[in-house]
Design a protein around this ligand. Structure first.
Ligand SMILES: *[C@@H]1O[C@H](CO)[C@@H](O)[C@H](O)[C@H]1NC(C)=O
Ligand SMILES: *[C@@H]1O[C@H](CO)[C@@H](O)[C@H](O)[C@H]1NC(C)=O
Length: 333
């Protein structure tokens, strides 16, 4: 998770010689799983045939990356499970290898799920986590995923307000643009902002490609955003002093609690709030339509149904993001 781009673009052409050796031994564990499945899928006497026969139902709607791909094996990336690791293990050993879990992979995902997979040395168990009424659908969780991630990986998004794990991005460079906006000060101020930005780059708090990630209840990139706002709002003297300490500060002055919850956002100092507010406005301007237009489309059943399925999913993604951005506008106004 978190890394951009699907992991499933495995190119079978290069599976020869030393590259093949490398691929087989790669930490991800995808290649051995895919090869084993290719073998079983093409073997007529495979005990897994009843399982594979279910895959015919998983067409491109379930898994968009598969469009045009004949190898049913590549469904794997949408259907596989990966046992989560403790964070410290992840650094040392890399992720656990992916695996197929027949039957468990039938269940759909919602954020407010009522079942999940439990991993134990003896077995895997799909267990309910909430009381499930008669006739009620049982939903698994594929992880805490924003709508854009769900769309990217699985081809669907949860309509608002279902996805409590939805997020919206503010591009890091947008915050710089907001700080450099005309009216934000004269030439000296612009030079200061440029220096501050370079310093933030050195601290690896920001980068040209990065984004600040906002959830419904808190900022998920809290350290990056809080340091960025703080530095960009410093006066020349404050910045000079901060630089001399190389980004370190007196602990006594630093708040112990760096969680940028909504409540903490509303307590930011006025210049930080203004910068964040301007950044959100610039972000909202980068969409082709405003929140109201999306709202109208969602409320207009006839117009909504005229959209293709893909357009509908994209609408849910955009609408959720704009709702989060508007909530932030309110908080820092
Ligand atoms: C994700 O959603 C679940 C279910 O609503 C919730 O319990 C959890 O706190 C959410 N996580 C985040 C990071 O928002
Ligand atoms: C830290 O932040 C949380 C969420 O805003 C708050 O409930 C808690 O009281 C804070 N703790 C301290 C020590 O400030």
């Amino acid at each position: 998770r978190g890394e951009k781009g699907p992991k499933h673009h495995i190119n079978f052409h290069f599976l020869s010689g030393s590259l093949a050796q490398e691929a087989l031994q790669s930490q991800s564990g995808w290649v051995p799983l895919l090869l084993a499945l290719l073998h079983e899928y093409t073997a007529s006497d495979s005990p897994w045939q009843p399982y594979f026969s279910l895959w015919k139902d998983f067409r491109s709607e379930t898994c968009p990356v598969l469009r045009g791909v004949k190898l049913a094996c590549l469904h794997v990336s949408c259907l596989s499970f990966q046992e989560p690791l403790e964070e410290k293990d992840e650094d040392e050993k890399g992720p656990n290898p992916p695996m197929m879990v027949p039957v468990a992979d039938i269940l759909n995902h919602v954020a407010n799920h009522n079942a999940n997979l439990e991993y134990s040395p003896q077995c895997l168990r799909m267990v309910t986590t909430q009381p499930v009424g008669k006739g009620q659908e049982i939903f698994n969780t594929y992880g805490q995923m924003a709508n854009w991630q769900l769309l990217h990986m699985y081809g669907f998004a949860e309509p608002y307000p279902g996805n409590t794990n939805d997020t919206a991005d503010i591009q890091m460079v947008t915050v710089r643009r907001a700080a450099l906006q005309p009216g934000a000060g004269g030439e000296a101020q612009r030079r200061l902002v440029s220096e501050q930005w370079d310093f933030l780059c050195q601290l690896e708090m920001v980068g040209e490609e990065g984004a600040f990630v906002l959830g419904w209840h808190e900022v998920l990139t809290e350290e990056e955003l809080s340091v960025t706002l703080k530095v960009l709002c410093m006066s020349e003297e404050e910045f000079k002093e901060y630089k001399e300490q190389d980004g370190w500060e007196d602990d006594s002055e630093e708040e112990e609690n760096s969680t940028l919850s909504n409540e903490a956002l509303s307590r930011l100092q006025a210049p930080c709030k203004k910068l964040l507010y301007d950044s959100v406005l610039l972000t909202l301007e980068s969409y082709g339509s405003d929140l109201k237009a999306e709202q109208d489309l969602l409320n207009n059943k006839e117009a909504y149904e005229k959209l293709s399925r893909r357009e509908q999913q994209a609408l849910h993604v955009r609408y959720g993001q704009k709702r989060i951005l508007h909530q932030l506008l309110e908080l820092v106004h």
